[in-house]
Design a protein around this ligand. Sequence first.
Ligand code: AMP
Ligand code: ZN
Length: 676
Amino acid sequence: MSNNNQKAIQTLNHSDASKTMAKLRHQLKQWSNQYYVHDKPSVDDFIYDRAYENLVTLEKKYPDLITPDSPTQRVGGKTLPGFQKVRHQIPLLSLGDVFSKQELSDFVTNLRQEYPDDTEFNCEHKIDGLSISLRYENGRLVQGSTRGNGHVGEDITQNLLTIPSIPRKLTRPINIEARGECYMPKKSFLTLNQYRDQNGESVFANPRNAAAGSLRQLNPAVTARRHLSTFMYNVADYNDLKTNTQSGLLEELRELGFTINPNYEVAHNMDDIDRYVTKCTEQRSKLPYGIDGIVIKTNRLDLQMKIGHTVKDPKWAIAYKFPPEVVQSKVLGIDWTVGRTGIVTPTAKMNQVVLAGSRVSRASLHNPDYLKEKDIRIGDTVNLHKAGDIIPEISEYVPEKRPSNSKPYPIPVKCPSCGAKLVHLDGEVALRCINPKCPAQLIEQMNHFASRNAMDIDGLGPKIVHQLFDKNMVEDVASLYHLTHDQLMQLDKFGEKSTSNLLTAIKNSKSNSLERLLYGLGIRHVGSKAARLISEHFKTMDKIMNADSQSIAQINSMGDIIADSVVTYFRNPYAKQLVSELKSSGLNMKYVGRHRVANSYFNGKRIVLTGTLSKMTRSEASRWLENRGAHVTSSVSKKTDIVIAGTDPGSKYGKAQSLNISIWNEDYFLKQINNQ
Ligand code: AMP
Ligand code: ZN
């Protein structure tokens, strides 16, 4: 922290301090909510720290100006020193489990024999996450903890405060300790693991481990970037509630401001329970979160208390775990693919099998350590399961079926694409090719360069990129801008029209705003958000190339990791050369803000999106339209030019009809995209 700054802060009078503190609180809150890439490792947010310390200084001087919502009272900007232990006044119980419908039915029968009044069960999804407990005093969150061993857990309040579904303040000023599950949605789990793979880090085995790892680490800023969510389903002490049933409790939790899982049902008999199980089994693969079974609970809370619990589990509830879906297949080979950043990833190729509803013939083996640990060999029969309900994964090889002449799989020492020696960079688990001219990397870089969030070159898909390299028409992304009509005509199935479309798309990309180019370069850790912020800040490529690490790190507490990566990238002579070639091909090197694609049909049009699109998400569609100068708005009015309607459109559709506004379906929209 600069001394001047510190002095200036200390000399503020009460009224100026009050204003400055409000500003600091606002800024700090915004910063801690922001994230740039999905899993940016812990960063030394030095700007954040400085603002935070200024706030602390002022709060020390004027304690009367401390507000309960001050970040100093909540999410710390700093790494936590370690977790405090929390003794749970009322223990968090686990759950007994059964693995067959017969056992489930026995459980119900036995319970009813002993408690004939027990005629209603609340059926719930069993969320694949980890138990948490949230304590509120006067409606304000005062502590959040893990279950630990049920009696003693860890205080993870700072991390839990970063999760949007957890209310800081309830709708009523009551004292309550809510319990439930913290989980990582499937989509976040997938992206997180992909990101970790691409960056040479180890992957999480399932969403439960990923959620636990994200909560039990010492930097709240990392937790914030992991997109966790929660479903609450219990309270420590029922006496605080108005309701007298489990299903009512869920609704009461919802009214208090918690997120509950809406997929619960009250069952009156075994048939109802069976139907619930069947329904969940069918729903499972389509749910946005992982479940590993269902839980049935005696619905009446007074009965729950009467039935009681063992030392470990409640006697009024049971979990039915889905049978694990495991199928066997045979490993035919191991492919090593070189990614954009040179990471070489092994993938097992297997005989095709159907696993949890989808055809599977490949499974990632992530990195050499993983492969060695699992000791997978060619010719092995392996058990396959789906990690977190989504990713096909090899559980283990089947020893009885291993051929007698099998040998450990030799880890390659040379790049499968260019033959360069492979290396491990500073302790990474990943193996890398560090040859900047490696064709496999150049191909992947070009795919990235052309992708929608980068230069958005329509029609330049992976197949065409491959051909361009195969036919030696390009060497790197710079050579894209030298492609000629005659060259493109030689590509498979390319006629006049496709050739001229692609040439136009390439030409149009030259006028893209700087952030697209910066992102397209594929600098490590620089996601599209970071690229935008950096471009917005520095305005020109030259300034970015000459920026020092500190000035980049300062932009919205972006942090050292991104900053160092940018500086290192531009220090490389290849990078300098590449940018100068792009410059001489006439690429725009300035930040021009939103209206990136000139002369678009969509420029200036007011557009509303409704319903679900199948080929892209609505936010991708909005971005695409906005990049062409359209104003994408959320409600239909007389001024709206076009309504784009996917399946199950909402009321906007009717409104558009009544106002006689032109309505496009997705197909038509896609045609227009291709014509652009
Ligand atoms: P397990 O750890 O697999 O034996 O299952 C017990 C755990 O399931 C509990 O400790 C809870 O964290 C979790 N769980 C997930 N969903 C629910 C639910 N709807 N009701 C109760 N517990 C649940
Ligand atoms: Zn290589």
